[in-house]
Design a protein around this ligand. Structure first.
Ligand SMILES: Cc1cc2nc3c(=O)[nH]c(=O)nc-3n(C[C@H](O)[C@H](O)[C@H](O)COP(=O)(O)OP(=O)(O)OC[C@H]3O[C@@H](n4cnc5c(N)ncnc54)[C@H](O)[C@@H]3O)c2cc1C
Length: 475
């Protein structure tokens, strides 16, 4: 229960349109992109400025109320699900790009700035913000920082942490701290690095100083068509082993590419077993020879065809099809759950075999669209939540896939984070001592666990609850 007069006090801080507390309006906030568990907060507060965020958090601290941060709500591991945190503080209205410094290649963006807006703002200077999650039309910088998000071009350019120079963080007490800064390699502990990927458990990010990267001079984009995912996987290993680092190396299996073709008419081969979307970039002079090598490598691994995008329009269409693949999956089933795990690249063929066995065992359809070059798999489990027992089978299949990733030498998440979804799997990767060390570190920022409680690090409550779908309001 919120303290008496809470909503009124919040409206005093953020304005009447900055508080959502009508039950029907709160339904919008009952889940993010992870829909298997739902719980609406009791109130959502939407500050407009970093200063308002600090005021809101100070008031919550005084009232002893835990909170859950939220950006655009595109997260795929349930990080914004309120678990014993009745108030959601949403940074999506902090939309200013505060400064652009072309000469030093950096911008300062507020947390609610949408990822793609940063690249658009600096496009004319030949620069961009390299992390490009497929959700980049919607997801926010705050969410990218909290999840240490990646994207198709992670293979060459790295994930969010490689592109963040500094952060402004509002601690759970409401105190505002500046971490890192405009200059590279500051001495002392890398607290910016600590906050990137901390999933909102250390406080609320309000501003980020982001590194800009030069847009490559030239591109070559290929669609390599294979009869099977096994052949495509071998081609991935072959390309990486050759020493070429493509900017992106993405795979879609037959099930997904038929749904994508239905939705976007990109000319994808609907009878193929799998396709690889391969992009090379860099100075024009180096691309023809690398392109030839990639073509040969694909053919050597059984590619039946290797198409090259002839111009920018064709390249854009291929990327549109890939980046919107999750949306197209809605054509295949009423519900789907996107899993996220990592295996060493050489184990991609094996994990795909195991995913297929899991699908058969649980009588589920599973498609695959993923960052193959990173070994970052995204099995998409299709289901219909109206069918009795289907959600439980999806949860069991997801767990088996993650366990297989760990058994093959990988990890339970490549980019979507732990949230609530994978919290029970953290002990597969970390010893009790490791987890204790992380919990101790968290306490330095948040001794009372007010910021996004029961996320990221397992505690007795979540380990038990994570196995049973949560469907009521929090608290
Ligand atoms: C279609 C689709 C495609 C996707 N593709 C990719 C992909 O290619 N790569 C990838 O990495 N992810 C991908 N995602 C997942 C998701 O988009 C990213 O995790 C993204 O960074 C989340 O941003 P958001 O603003 O939506 O955050 P939210 O979902 O609102 O929140 C995510 C987490 O961040 C925390 N948080 C949000 N804002 C703040 C803040 N200001 N301060 C502190 N904590 C905060 C929340 O508490 C939560 O734990 C995809 C999702 C979808 C739906």
């Amino acid at each position: 229960m919120l303290p008496p007069g809470f909503a009124q006090r919040m409206r005093g801080l953020v304005g009447t349109d900055g508080v959502v507390d009508r039950p029907e309006s709160l339904l919008v906030y009952e889940c993010d992109g992870y829909t298997l568990e739902r719980a609406a907060p009791e109130a959502v507060v939407l500050p407009r400025t970093p200063a308002e965020v600090a005021q809101v958090i100070r008031a919550l601290w005084k009232d002893g109320v835990p909170f859950v941060p939220r950006g655009a709500g595109t997260g795929l591991s349930g990080g914004t699900l309120p678990v014993e945190a009745p108030v959601m503080v949403c940074t999506s209205r902090l939309q200013k790009i505060e400064s652009i410094d072309i000469a030093n290649r950096r911008v300062v963006a507020q947390a609610g700035v949408v990822n793609l807006w940063v690249s658009r703002a600096v496009k004319d200077a030949g620069l961009h913000f390299a992390p490009d999650p497929s959700s980049q039309n919607a997801c926010t910088i705050g969410g990218n920082v909290a999840e240490n998000s990646g994207g198709p071009h992670t293979l060459k350019y790295g994930v969010t942490t490689n592109h963040v120079l500094g952060l402004e963080l509002v601690l759970p007490t409401g105190e505002v701290v500046q971490l890192g800064g405009p200059v590279e390699d500051r001495p002392g502990y890398d607290l910016t690095g600590l906050v990137v990927g901390s999933e909102g458990t250390l406080g609320l990010v309000t501003r980020a100083t982001l590194r800009l990267t030069r847009v490559p001079e030239s591109y070559r984009t290929f669609l390599a068509v294979f009869d099977s995912v096994a052949d495509a996987s071998e081609a991935v290993s072959g390309i990486i082993a050759s020493g070429i680092i493509p900017a992106a190396l993405e795979m879609m299996d037959g099930l997904i590419l038929r749904a994508v073709e239905d939705a976007f008419h990109a000319g994808l081969p609907v009878d193929a077993g799998a396709v690889l979307l391969i992009e090379l970039d860099g100075p024009e002079a180096g691309l023809p020879s690398q392109s030839e090598e990639v073509r040969e490598l694909c053919k050597a691994q059984g590619a039946v065809e290797v198409r090259t995008a002839r111009d920018d329009a064709e390249r854009t269409l291929l990327w549109k099809a890939r980046k919107r693949a999750f949306g197209a999956v809605g054509r295949l089933a009423p519900n789907y759950c996107t899993q996220d795990g990592v295996v060493p690249r050489t184990q991609v063929p094996e994990i795909l075999r195991r995913i297929s066995a899991t699908a058969e065992k649980h009588s589920l359809r599973i498609g695959n669209v993923f960052h193959a070059g990173d070994g970052n798999i995204h099995p998409i489990i299709l289901f219909d939540e109206r069918n009795a027992g289907e959600v439980e089978r999806v949860l069991a299949a997801g767990t088996e896939i993650l366990e297989a990733c760990v058994a093959l030498g990988g990890s339970v998440t490549g980019e979507h984070g732990i949230g609530v979804e994978k919290i029970a799997q953290m002990p597969l990767l970390f010893s009790p001592e490791d987890l204790h060390a992380m919990a101790t570190l968290r306490s330095v920022f948040d001794p009372q666990r007010r910021a996004n409680p029961h996320k990221l690090l397992p505690d007795s409550k979540v380990c038990v609850e994570a196995r049973a779908p949560r469907r009521q309001a929090a608290m």
